[in-house]
Design a protein around this ligand. Structure first.
Ligand code: CTP
Length: 407
């Protein structure tokens, strides 16, 4: 969302107390946020609060001569890359649906060509009212995105549908609203992440220490670069990065099936998952009882997801990770060639390195390149890796263009 301009409209409702947090979430993602409040909103939160968190003077009056002189309302309507109204009261939805321009915020909504989203928040009976339903249907038909509302406890003490979605969720949804820009815009990136679990019996499994953090960071970096991102994740407890489609899987076989299903149309496949290499040859139907003094578990090989993808005739650009405890670079180069990859990121694991840590360091090898990404947070490394993939793809495209002249 770096540098994207979000016009955040705040209307009168108790959920307005959550909107300063929404401003923070949007700014954390690199967006510029201009807050516009209705008169009703000012009854709940002060403009000073929004000014402090947004770093910009809050607008609310259509007739404020000084503010209009600095940036007129039509200019402000053009400034926005996206408009989000959160919370959107029943009254504001009605005014928006009937095209009114009775205050600054409704006027801006009429005058903007940017996508508009509303996050309704109101008492559940007001939300269920036929007038509100009609207004929301009208807005949706005109292309206004309706985010929520959620169901749950309401400020009035009742329970029902009408709670504003949480700020973190709204910030993610606004990101998805913005047209993609960046070096990977228009590309589809498929990523695997996390460990897999291979069943021994109904209550036990074989797994590993992968946290999935690196893969989730790579998904975020690819999305930031404008790609459409699908993330196939083993069992991890991490939030899905904004704008990323996530598919949860358990075993190596599930992961392979999900990857093959998602492969058509994929331009880049990045395999960060720590896929189990072996699984119990036979998962017991019932819990294995503690009867014998020792227990032997027969294991069989799982399919190699990355090698399977890279061996296909219609293969995407394929990137692997090499987790090594010794001879890191040499082993990684062998994997690059053996698995027919375009690039491999090698890291040393074990002895409290890499797995389940927040930082790491990588040696990135491609068919004719070698780069070191020095120790840093996983998101920084992920952005570095995505930049190297972009460079390699650009170099290949340039070589293809030169091709006929050389021949
Ligand atoms: N990989 C995979 N499917 C597997 C095993 C590995 O897709 N069944 C992928 C990993 O996601 C990684 C790359 O292959 O991108 C290398 O994984 P790694 O565990 O380092 O190597 P292995 O191929 O498993 O070989 P070894 O365990 O012998 O080092």
């Amino acid at each position: 969302m770096q540098g994207k301009r979000i016009l955040l409209g705040v209307t009168g409702g108790i959920a307005a107390y959550k909107s300063p947090d929404l401003v923070r979430r949007l700014r954390d993602r690199g967006a510029e946020v201009q807050v516009v409040m209705t008169g009703g909103a000012r009854e709940f939160v002060t403009p000073t609060t929004f000014q402090a968190v947004s770093g910009r003077t809050v607008r609310s009056d259509l007739w404020d001569a000084a503010a209009e002189a600095a940036m007129g309302h039509i200019e402000l309507a053009r400034w926005a890359d996206a408009v989000l109204i959160a919370p959107a009261s029943a009254d504001f939805l009605a005014r928006l649906a009937t095209g009114q321009a009775s205050d600054l915020l409704s006027t801006l909504c009429l005058a903007t060509e940017a996508p508009i989203a509303v996050a309704p928040a109101m008492n559940h009976v007001m939300w269920a009212n036929a007038a509100t339903r009609t207004n929301v249907a009208t807005l949706a038909q005109r292309g206004v995105q309706v985010f929520g509302p959620a169901e749950g406890d309401q400020a009035c003490g009742e329970i029902g549908e009408g709670r504003m979605l949480e700020p973190v969720d709204l910030a993610e949804r606004v990101l998805a609203l913005l047209p993609a820009s960046g070096a990977l815009a228009g590309r589809r990136v498929l990523i695997t992440a996390g460990p897999t679990r291979e069943r021994i019996d109904p209550v036990r499994f074989v797994s590993n220490r992968s946290s999935g953090k690196m893969g989730f960071a790579v998904a975020q970096a690819a999305r930031e670069a404008g790609a459409t991102v699908v993330l196939v994740a083993g069992p991890v407890s991490l939030p899905t990065p904004a704008g990323v489609a996530r598919i949860d899987v358990e075993s190596a076989a599930d992961m392979l099936a999900a990857v093959l299903r998602e492969l058509p149309g994929t331009d880049i496949f990045i395999s960060t998952a720590a896929v189990a290499d072996y699984r119990p040859a036979r998962a017991a139907e019932q819990k294995i009882k503690k009867t014998a003094e020792s227990l032997e578990l027969a294991m069989e090989r799982t399919a190699d997801v990355l090698a399977t993808v890279a061996a296909r005739a219609d293969r995407p650009y394929a990137v692997g990770f090499a987790a090594e405890t010794e001879s890191v670079e040499q082993n990684a180069r062998t994997k690059l060639m053996k698995k027919n990859l375009d690039m491999i990121a090698a890291n040393e694991v074990g002895h409290d390195k890499a797995f389940d840590c927040d930082d790491n360091q990588l040696i990135v090898l491609s068919r004719n390149g070698r780069h070191e990404l020095p120790r840093a947070g996983k998101l920084t490394l992920a952005r570095g890796l995505i930049a190297l993939i972009e460079q390699d793809l650009a170099a290949r495209a340039a070589a293809r263009k030169r091709g006929p002249a050389l021949a």
